[in-house]
Ligand binder design. Structure first.
Ligand SMILES: NC(=O)c1ccc[n+]([C@@H]2O[C@H](COP(=O)([O-])OP(=O)(O)OC[C@H]3O[C@@H](n4cnc5c(N)ncnc54)[C@H](O)[C@@H]3O)[C@@H](O)[C@H]2O)c1
Length: 297
């Protein structure tokens, strides 16, 4: 099965990026959001990003000005904004990138399961919920996968393709091929908490926070150690500030509730306290560091 017609539900931070890379990959894409303001904003971000890519291609001599402009027009022409779920009926694939709330996602998938053509594949971009639960809610678990892209979608090269016990082999293969057509490198994951990346990354962030809380080392030294000792682009505490302390706490609380016996899943005291104080990381100007734009202290 070849995926040609794509729908993306949710045109926020992740959704607009998925719309863009799918269109760049040659797919015909419907970008859907229930909030028309959010939809307009998402489309504007795509247009800005395409213009930037085009001017870079000209600058580097890869394309002439006319070729670059024609490319932007072609990609943009493949994107149709919509606020009507009925427009998704004929889609080969619908990727969900709405708010991280399981009940709202399940409700959406029940509706998509009824409306999208029977052969259509449904996918969720969730970072923390079990794919199997949404697959069940959709009424078509064999045609359901996780497609977990990374932020910023246009730049990050990975997509985790998640299959449940019920996912058909051809559905999984088609989802993988879609990821490749979007210019990403797919990795296969089972439906386990955090898939591959977050299952390794979040407990690592927890260890770093607890190391700081115990006073074993300063935040600067913990970060420098992982940057220079392991070659990571940023240390774990800087990373936590970038991800957002609220997002990190949300993921951890979901996991500790679902998997109370897993010792790697626990909430460090300072994380909860800072979130209670509204210190959510870079976006609020304070987390484990104080931030002024990109400068931290
Ligand atoms: N932010 C990240 O770094 C990141 C990374 C990977 C995966 N994710 C996952 O991607 C998903 C989206 O996250 P985001 O950061 O883009 O959120 P966001 O808040 O930026 O965007 C969500 C969009 O969905 C729309 N929406 C909400 N409910 C809807 C509905 N029922 N129908 C249609 N549109 C609806 C909202 O209007 C909003 O525009 C979440 O599941 C999140 O866990 C996020």
């Amino acid at each position: 099965m070849k995926i040609e017609k794509v729908g993306v539900v949710g045109c926020g931070l992740m959704g607009h990026g998925i719309v863009q890379i799918a269109a760049q990959g040659g797919h015909e894409v419907i970008a859907l959001d229930l909030d028309s303001g959010a939809l307009d904003k998402g489309i504007a971000r795509i247009e800005k990003s395409l213009a930037k890519l085009a001017s870079k291609a000209v600058e580097k001599g890869r394309q002439s000005e006319e070729e670059a402009q024609a490319w932007v027009r072609d990609v943009r022409a493949r994107i149709t904004p919509s606020t009507d779920i009925e427009s998704l009926r004929d889609r080969d694939l619908v990727v969900e990138a709405i708010v991280e709330n399981l009940e709202i996602k399940k409700k959406l998938f029940a509706e998509l399961g009824e409306k999208v053509q029977a052969e259509g594949i449904l996918a969720s971009n969730t970072s923390s919920f079990p794919i199997g639960e949404m697959a069940e809610a959709s009424g078509r678990p064999s045609r359901f996968v996780g497609l977990h892209f990374f932020n910023p979608v246009q730049l990050m090269r990975l997509v985790e393709v998640v299959r449940t016990e019920a996912t058909d082999e051809d559905v999984f293969a088609a989802a993988r091929a879609f990821g490749e057509a979007c210019g990403k490198t797919p990795v296969a994951c089972k439906d386990t908490p955090g898939f591959i990346v977050n299952r390794l990354l979040v407990p690592y962030m927890v260890e770093a926070i607890e190391m700081l809380d115990r006073g074993d080392a300063s935040k600067e030294d913990i970060d420098t150690a992982m940057q220079l000792g392991c070659g990571y682009p940023m240390g774990p505490l800087t990373l936590t500030d970038y991800v957002g302390l609220d997002t990190t706490l949300f993921i951890l609380e979901g996991w500790t509730e679902r998997y109370p016996d897993e010792p790697a899943f626990r909430v460090p005291a300072s994380l909860r306290q800072k979130v209670n104080e509204g210190k959510l990381g870079r976006k609020t100007g304070e987390g484990y560091y104080s931030w002024q734009g990109d400068k931290k202290s």
